[in-house]
Design a protein around this ligand. Structure first.
Ligand code: NOJ
Ligand code: NOJ
Length: 674
C-alpha cells in the first residue's frame, strides 16, 4: 500500500509551532479502497471519560480537584491528538478545492485563486464559487500567511487577488459594476461566468468580507514596501458604504432583510478599509463617516431582555433569531485591541458570551445526538433551530465557531489578567462556575482560575464533538446528521476545513492581526443616521505584483495602527439629496444636474437614490454624494420606470444651491417631487 505523500505545499503551510509536534511523515497514513487516506488505528477513545461524573468539589484557589483534573486532562489529550492528526488533512483538503491545481478541482476549468465551495456536483450541487465562502477561506489563509510566510501560500493569495479583480467585472443577475450592484451577487460558476438560476440575491456580506480578506494581504504588501492592491478593495468598500442600509439575503441565503453578520462585517470592512486607504493616500471619508452609523445600527439587533442577538431583523422574524450568524460575526470581528467591547460584540464581551449561551442552548434539545449532554458540556451546533435544509442539522463550521469564540475570549482574559462578569454574562458563567459573581476577577483569584479551566474544557468540548462526527479519515462535510451523527450534505466543504483551522489556530494562541476595532467602538451621539454614500465603480486593472515580493523579515510587522476617524478631504462636501416621491414598484428616482458628480445633465449618468427609508407614510428617497466645495449646483430629479427609455422629469425650474467651502458638515437638500 502506498504511503500518502504529504505535498510540499502542505508542509510549507503548517505553522512552525505545530510542525514541530506533527511530523506527517511518521504517521500511518494509508490509502483506503476509495483512494482516501486514513489513520490507523482510529482515534476515538472518548467514551471512557464520559463515565466520570462531574462530582468534583472546588478547592480554595479554584484549581480543580483530582477527578475533575483527570477528566480535563483526558479531554485535552484527546483533542490535542485529533487536532494534530486533522491539521495537515484540513490544509490538504482545503487547498484541494482551490483552482487551478487543487486535487479535487484540477482540470475542471477552475481558474487560479477560485475557491469551490465543495467538489460535490449533486445532492447538493456545490460546484460553484460563493463570494462569502471564498472570502472567509482566504481571510484564514491570509492570517496564516502573516504568521508564517510561505511561497505556496503567497502564490495562492496573489491568485485570489487576480481572480477577484476579474470577477468584479462579471455582469450577473444582481446587476453590473457600473452602479456596484453586481458585487452583491452571491455565487458564480467555477469558471467565473455568471450563474443565472434563481437564487436569494443580493447578499451584501460578500463585498465587505472580500475586502477584509484582501486587506489582510494588502497590509502585508504595504508593510513590506509595496503598493497595495487597492482598486479591488475600493470597489467592495464603496459597495459597503452605499448599500449597507438596504436589505438583502442573509448568509444562509434564505431571509431577505437585515442580517447581523452582514452589518458586523460591513462595519469592520469600512474601519479597516479606511485605515489602509489613509496609508495609501486614498479618499476614505465615506468609510469613516458611514462606519459609526453602521455600528449604531448594529446595536439594534441586541435583545437585552433575553440576552441574545436577533440575527435577522426587517425580515425573517418568523424565526426566533437565535442563530450561529451572530457567533460567526463575533469571531470574524475579533480584535483584542477592543478588549471585551460589547458594541462590536467582541468574543469576550458580556453580550457575545450571553449570546453564545442562548444560541448553543437552542440546539441542546432539538438534536437527538445532543440528548442527555449536561448543560456545562459542549454540543453539536447548527445554523438556527428552525432550519429545514436537509432536515435541519448541526454544522461543522458552526460547532467550530462556538469553540473559536471561547478560545478568543480566553486569549483576551489572559492578556488582560482579569475576567469581568456583568449581569448580562452571569448566566453564561454560572453554567460553568456555579459560584460565579458579578465583578472583575483578577488572574490568580479562585473564580478566575475556575473560569479559565472550565471554559478551556468547554471550548475543547466543541472540537471533540466535531472530531467525533468527522469521517475517520479526517474528511468533513457541511453537516452532521441530527439523529445518527453521520457526516452529511456537501462533502469536503471548504468552509468546514477553514473553520477547523481558524478555531485551532486560536487554541494555539495565534491572534490574528487587528482591524482597528479598539479605535472604532464609539457610537455616534444622538440617533443613528442612515446615509448611504454613492460610489463610482471601476473595473480593476489586472493586478501586477512586483517580482521581488519576499518579506524583508519573516515575521509579521504591525505598522498600520492608526485608524482615521472623522472627516478628511473636506474639499469634497457631502450633500444628501432627500426627495419625497411616491413611486410604484419598479420605479426609481434619480438625481441629475450640471456638475460632474451629478452626471453633467446626462440622464445615463444620473445618480439613483436609495429607497431604503421609503415607507407608505413617508415616501423618502435619498442618497449622499461628495461634491466639490464651492460648486454652483443646478439639479432635478427624474423618475425612471423601465430603464432610461421611460424617463419622466420633475416639472418647474431647475433646483439650485451653492455648495459651501470645505466643510465636514453634511449638507441636506429636502425636496418634494413636483
Ligand atoms: C437552501 C439552504 O438552506 C441554503 O442555505 C442553501 O444555500 C441553498 N438551499 C442552496 O444549497
Ligand atoms: C449554504 C450556506 O447556507 C451558505 O452560507 C454557503 O455560502 C453555501 N451553502 C455554500 O457553502
Amino acid at each position: 500500500m502506498a504511503l500518502f505523500a504529504v505535498p510540499n505545499i502542505i508542509q510549507d503551510l503548517i505553522p512552525a509551532a505545530a510542525s514541530e509536534s506533527i511530523n506527517p511523515w511518521t504517521w500511518n497514513l494509508n490509502l483506503n479502497a476509495s483512494g482516501l487516506y486514513e489513520y490507523l488505528p482510529t482515534m476515538h477513545a472518548l467514551s471512557k471519560f464520559a463515565l466520570l461524573g462531574a462530582c468534583a468539589v472546588q478547592s480554595v484557589m479554584g484549581l480543580p480537584e483530582p477527578v475533575e483534573r483527570h477528566e480535563a486532562n483526558l479531554l485535552k489529550r484527546n483533542v490535542d491528538d485529533w487536532i494534530n492528526r486533522e491539521t495537515p488533512i484540513a490544509w490538504e483538503k482545503l487547498l484541494c478545492n482551490i483552482g487551478p491545481d487543487g486535487c479535487a478541482v484540477r482540470n475542471q476549468g477552475v481558474p487560479a485563486g477560485v475557491v469551490v465551495a465543495s467538489p460535490s456536483r449533486s445532492d447538493p450541487d456545490y460546484f460553484y464559487t460563493w463570494t462569502r465562502d471564498a472570502a472567509l477561506v482566504y481571510k484564514g489563509l491570509a492570517d496564516a500567511f502573516r504568521r508564517n510566510y510561505t511561497e505556496g501560500l503567497h502564490t495562492q493569495l496573489k491568485n485570489f487577488v487576480s481572480s477577484q479583480a476579474k470577477l468584479q467585472g462579471v455582469g450577473n443577475p444582481a446587476g453590473g459594476l457600473n452602479d456596484g450592484q453586481g458585487l452583491g451577487e452571491p455565487k458564480f460558476m467555477v469558471d467565473l461566468k455568471e450563474f443565472t438560476g434563481e437564487w436569494g440575491r443580493p447578499q451584501r456580506d460578500g463585498p465587505p468580507l472580500r475586502a477584509i480578506a484582501l486587506i489582510r494581504y494588502a497590509k502585508w504588501l504595504v508593510e513590506n514596501g509595496h503598493k497595495a492592491v487597492w482598486p479591488t478593495i475600493e470597489n467592495d468598500l464603496k459597495y459597503s458604504a452605499q448599500y449597507w442600509n438596504q436589505t438583502g439575503f442573509d448568509l444562509w441565503e434564505e431571509v431577505p432583510g437585515s442580517s447581523f453578520f452582514t452589518i458586523a462585517s460591513t462595519h469592520r470592512a469600512l474601519v479597516e478599509g479606511a485605515q489602509l486607504g489613509a496609508v495609501l493616500g486614498k479618499p476614505t471619508r465615506a468609510y469613516t463617516a458611514v462606519a459609526p452609523q453602521v455600528l449604531c445600527f448594529q446595536q439594534s439587533f441586541w435583545n437585552a431582555r433575553e440576552g441574545f442577538v436577533v440575527s435577522n431583523i426587517n425580515g425573517g422574524e418568523w424565526r426566533r433569531g437565535r442563530d450561529a450568524n451572530s457567533i460567526l460575526a463575533s469571531i470574524h470581528n475579533f480584535d483584542p485591541s477592543a478588549g471585551c467591547d460589547a458594541n462590536t460584540f467582541q468574543p469576550c464581551s458580556d453580550r457575545a458570551l450571553s449570546n453564545h449561551k442562548v444560541v448553543v442552548d437552542s440546539f441542546r434539545s432539538i438534536y437527538n445526538i445532543n440528548r442527555g449532554i449536561a448543560q456545562n458540556k459542549a454540543v453539536a451546533v447548527g445554523r438556527y433551530s428552525e432550519d429545514v435544509f436537509y432536515n435541519g442539522n448541526p454544522w461543522f463550521l458552526a460547532t467550530f465557531a462556538a469553540a473559536e469564540q471561547l478560545y478568543d475570549a480566553l486569549l483576551v482574559w489572559k492578556a488582560q489578567g482579569s475576567i469581568a462578569i456583568t449581569q448580562t454574562s452571569l448566566p453564561f458563567f454560572r453554567d460553568h462556575v456555579s459560584g460565579a459573581t458579578v465583578g472583575t476577577h483578577a488572574a490568580g483569584s479562585a473564580t478566575y482560575n475556575q473560569i479559565v479551566s472550565a471554559i478551556t474544557a468547554y471550548a475543547d468540548g466543541f472540537i471533540e464533538v466535531a472530531s467525533k462526527y468527522a469521517h475517520s479519515n479526517g474528511a468533513m462535510n457541511e453537516q452532521i446528521d441530527r439523529n445518527t451523527g453521520q457526516p452529511i450534505a456537501a462533502p469536503d466543504l471548504t468552509w468546514s476545513y477553514s473553520a477547523f483551522l481558524t478555531a485551532t489556530a486560536r487554541r494555539d494562541g495565534y491572534i490574528p492581526t487587528g482591524w482597528g476595532a479598539g479605535q472604532a467602538t464609539a457610537l455616534p451621539a444622538g440617533q443613528c443616521q442612515k446615509f448611504e454614500v454613492a460610489g463610482n465603480y471601476n473595473l480593476p486593472p489586472t493586478p501586477v505584483f512586483p517580482s521581488n515580493l519576499t518579506p524583508a523579515a519573516n515575521a509579521p510587522i504591525e505598522q498600520i495602527t492608526a485608524v482615521p476617524t472623522g472627516c478628511t478631504n473636506p474639499e469634497k462636501v457631502f450633500v444628501t439629496f432627500n426627495e419625497r416621491a411616491s413611486t410604484s414598484w419598479g420605479q426609481v428616482i434619480k438625481v441629475v444636474g450640471n456638475v460632474p458628480e451629478l452626471g453633467s445633465w446626462d440622464v445615463n449618468k444620473a445618480v439613483p437614490l436609495s429607497a431604503s427609508k421609503y415607507t407608505s407614510g413617508d415616501p423618502l428617497w435619498s442618497i449622499t454624494l461628495p461634491i466639490q466645495a464651492g460648486s454652483s449646483v443646478q439639479y432635478k430629479y427624474i423618475r425612471i420606470t423601465n430603464g432610461v427609455a421611460g424617463v419622466s422629469w420633475e416639472g418647474g425650474d431647475n433646483r439650485a444651491f451653492s455648495v459651501p467651502g470645505a466643510t465636514c458638515d453634511v449638507q441636506n437638500r429636502w425636496d418634494n417631487w413636483r
